[in-house]
Design a protein around this ligand. Structure first.
Ligand SMILES: [Zn+2]
Length: 426
């Protein structure tokens, strides 16, 4: 294609020379500029990397997964490559959702389902991800354009629809159910809610309660300085309706609360932090490492990160939530037996010889009570010539205080007795 465009440029140049009228030259110049633009665009397109069949841990600059596979070598993740088996649905491709989608794409997630009904606007440019040249495109299409360039290995599905409409909700449920996984009601491993209103959150909550689908909720405050993420596992944890926010509980239409000409504030920083927390929790949940946070808040003004757990409400207004609660309670004996078996398996494993067979870094265990160690710790007390400790060392403090104190107290008592005797004598 590039060659054809080049020859077209040459033809235009020849045509320009053969035309005596300079007015006509102008339009030929414009044509040349357009061909130039198409050429640079085609060059951009050809810069895309090809798909990678298997994730490799090989440390070479051309391997897009070497840094991620290193997590396995460092002992953080047992099997990083499993990430390719996972499907994640992201509802709301705004300031948080788009960044979360990019992070998961860069991590090599298997499949991403993207839901949004909005279009990219210049007013979105204070946030990360979208570019000014994407203004006017649907957010899902613009996201697919960028994400497929970043990592063509990820299967991307774009749904430009409003899940709060009856039709939208149907398509949403159907799309989640597609490619159903063994032993599950859906084809996705996790749903991430990155929407900016309660109505959509309640819809995600409804769908996930009905499908018994684990999901994570995220949100950023309207003043842009705080946010949160929350894990919702139907039946096990509180659902979004178990402890509804005041706006939802009071039944007020939140759209009536918005004032004309006044919009919510937003910062790329807070949204980036919340997206980071959300995807970190997602990776921990999917790849089974570290502790998955049930709730993590973020207050940027005080750098305060509150955490808490929320149990389901037995009086929840959502009937699907009550059904899941009942199922969860009924499955308790089986869950306990499984946990016990797991504990026993771990205990027997820990009795089976060394934990690490090879010792690449020659790490050895030293007895902290040994003579060698205590001698070493004493030598650390030694100071250069001319300096002395102002306070006694902790060892010396532990050795003597009781004995010294007894002497002092008895001295004081004898002294008092003498003074008393002298007074009596006088
Ligand atoms: Zn509930």
């Amino acid at each position: 294609m590039e060659e054809e465009l080049r020859s077209l440029l040459q033809d235009l140049e020849t045509l320009k020379r053969s035309v005596p009228d300079p007015d006509q030259n102008d339009s030929i110049n414009k044509l040349q500029q357009r061909v130039d633009k198409i050429m640079s665009m085609s060059k951009l397109g050809s810069a895309r990397r090809s798909k990678v069949k298997d994730m490799s841990a090989e440390v070479v600059d051309s391997n897009p997964y070497s840094r991620l596979m290193a997590l396995q070598r460092m002992g953080i993740v047992q099997n990083y490559e499993r990430i390719r088996d996972f499907s994640v649905a992201i509802v709301g491709i705004g300031g948080v959702g788009s960044v979360a989608a990019e992070m998961l794409t860069r991590c090599g997630i298997g499949r991403l389902l993207l839901y949004d009904y909005d279009t990219v606007e210049l007013a979105n440019m204070n946030r990360l991800f979208f570019r000014p040249d994407q203004a006017g495109m649907t957010k899902t299409d613009a996201a697919v354009q960028t994400l497929s360039d970043i990592n063509p290995d990820v299967v991307l599905e774009s749904y430009s629809l409003n899940i709060t409409t009856v039709k939208g909700f149907e398509i949403f449920i159907e799309s989640l159910k597609r490619n159903q996984k063994q032993g599950a009601n859906t084809g996705v491993d996790l749903v991430l809610s990155c929407v900016d209103n309660y109505e959509a959150r309640m819809v995600v909550n409804q769908a996930c309660n009905e499908l018994n689908q684990t999901w994570m909720e995220s949100g950023v405050s309207e003043d842009a300085v705080s946010g949160h993420i929350q894990l919702l596992n139907p039946g096990e944890t509180a659902c979004f309706a178990c402890a509804p926010p005041l706006v939802v509980a009071s039944g007020v239409d939140e759209r009536t609360l918005k004032r004309e000409g006044v919009c919510a504030a937003s910062l790329p920083t807070t949204m980036g932090v919340v997206a980071g927390l959300l995807v970190q929790n997602t990776l921990k949940y999917l790849l089974k490492f570290g502790q998955v946070s049930p709730y993590l808040g973020y207050n940027s003004l005080k750098d305060y990160f509150p955490t808490m757990e929320m149990r389901p409400n037995p009086q929840c207004s959502n009937s699907a939530c009550l059904e899941r609660q009942k199922e969860y309670a009924q499955a308790k004996p089986a869950r306990d037996a499984l946990a016990k078996a797991k504990l026993e398996a771990e205990a027997s494993l820990s009795n089976e010889g060394p934990l690490h067979v090879d010792n690449e870094w020659n790490i050895s265990v030293v007895d902290i009570d040994s003579e060698k160690t205590s001698a070493a710790s004493r030598s650390s007390d030694a100071l250069p010539e001319g300096l002395m400790h102002e306070l006694p060392s902790s060892d010396r403090l532990q050795e003597s205080p009781l004995a010294q104190e007894t002497i002092t107290i008895s001295d004081d008592l004898e002294d008092l007795q003498r003074q008393l005797d002298a007074l009596n004598a006088a």
